[in-house]
Ligand binder design. Structure first.
Ligand SMILES: [Ca+2]
Ligand SMILES: [Ca+2]
Ligand SMILES: [Ca+2]
Ligand SMILES: [Ca+2]
Length: 404
């Protein structure tokens, strides 16, 4: 990694005393904040990482950054995650990824017209923070809302969609942030990210993330994939299993054995993509192998985004009608192709391919959802109910509010 320990130490030293957002609940540092309006408590970072509490902002001696908190029971669900964007560039694959470290950097690409990769100018100016607004309509983020940088507004005020919205902007134009193993890494992509934590019976266990992806380069990308990489860790981290719910287009992670009083299933699904709208289907719902897939260069990461193995071969634990969705069986009934090897897994959910020409912007909305249950399989049944309710509400109410 080119990123030095010094950067992290410096960031750590600025983690104190900056909470501002008008709510007593959030724990906030210089580059990461927890958003916590409904049952989700989720770390959001300025560089595209989601669910990673790198600086232990909640002082629990743990870097888990995604929790489902219901009543007095706090369930650790995620230990890391983030956006992944890949495309063919100059005949090869280029992928920018936010995982435990990020190839994205906080701030904007300043060019107002498409420019060559070498001529992209970028700055984190005063955008080195997670802006969080909520129903108090007050606080630093509300008063200093960066509309000048593209944060959404209504009638001159911050646009507040849910009980608590967050906003950050990041880009992949700084080659220093990229891994050494990737020879031609920068896509020249800028991402304006919002998260939404709605409250209400069907959405209390749901967090939405919206990405407005702009190609600031002068290169047309004919086959862009956008994904969410996640490291779920639930209870015993070595017994987590994956299932692809092909009916709901939802990637599900569940436990191989019951988790005392904390039985939970977690899911991710795409809700919207430009061009496909709310009928978007995943390109890939796959298990991403610790160490093995993490070590792959960009061409391997691009294969994974497409739903192939990292080496480009076809995946094996799939159905013939869904060759890019791992383990499409039904864990509740115990039928079909099921994951039976509990591991400390990572997963990848992607959509695409979509074209993103020079200067173009496209929009993507993904949901992170979790549900408790009386046992590990009951949690999956409840997760399906949550997913069905969310999809209905998204189309009838949330999507119009987002202007999509
Ligand atoms: Ca912590
Ligand atoms: Ca890369
Ligand atoms: Ca587990
Ligand atoms: Ca894991």
């Amino acid at each position: 990694m080119k990123k030095s320990l010094l950067i992290y130490v410096m960031a750590f030293m600025t983690q104190m005393g900056c909470n501002d957002n008008g709510s007593k609940k959030e724990e906030c540092g210089a580059t990461t904040c927890f958003t916590e309006a409904n049952n989700w408590k989720m770390a959001v970072s300025t560089d595209g990482r989601l669910g990673y509490d790198q600086f232990d902002l909640d002082n629990n001696a743990d870097d888990h950054g995604g929790f489902l908190n219901i009543g007095s029971i706090s369930r650790e669900i995620l230990i890391g995650g983030g956006i992944v964007i890949g495309a063919t560039k100059s005949g090869g694959a280029s992928v920018s990824m936010a995982a435990y470290t990020s190839e994205f950097s906080q701030g904007r690409i300043l060019n107002s017209t498409p420019a060559s990769i070498d001529n992209l100018n970028f700055s984190d100016d005063s955008l080195s923070k997670v802006f969080i607004i909520n129903q108090t309509h007050s606080g630093f983020s509300w008063d200093n809302w960066p509309d000048w940088a593209g944060a959404p507004t209504v009638d001159g005020n911050p646009q507040l969609i849910s009980s608590e919205d967050s906003w950050v902007v990041f880009h992949d134009a700084d080659s220093v942030a990229h891994r050494d193993i990737d020879a031609n890494p920068v896509l020249g992509i800028e991402v304006k990210q919002s998260t939404y934590a709605f409250t209400g019976t069907t959405v209390d266990n749901v967090l939405l993330v919206r990405w407005r992806v702009t190609n600031k380069s002068n290169i047309d990308y004919p086959d862009m994939y956008v994904g969410l990489w996640i490291d779920p860790d639930m209870g015993d981290v070595n017994d987590d299993l994956l299932a692809s719910d092909t009916t709901r287009n939802m990637l599900v992670v569940y436990n191989g054995q019951d988790w005392s009083s904390k039985n939970t299933a977690v899911g991710w699904m795409p809700l919207y993509a430009s061009g496909e709208g709310s009928s978007v289907k995943p390109a890939a719902m796959i298990k991403y192998l610790k160490n093995i897939d993490e070590a792959r260069a960009d061409n391997g990461q691009f294969n994974l985004l497409k739903g192939l193995n990292g080496d480009g071969s076809a995946r094996t634990n799939v159905a013939s009608n869904h060759p890019t969705y791992d383990y499409p069986g039904d864990p509740v009934t115990g039928t079909g192709i099921l994951d039976t090897t509990g591991l400390d897994i990572r997963v990848l959910l992607s959509v695409g391919p979509v074209s993103l020409n020079a200067g173009q912007t496209k929009e993507f909305v993904f949901a992170v959802l979790a549900s408790p249950g009386s046992d590990r399989l009951d949690a999956i049944i409840n997760l399906r109910t949550t997913a069905d309710g969310l999809r209905q509400l998204f189309i009838s109410s949330i999507q119009p509010q987002l202007g999509l």
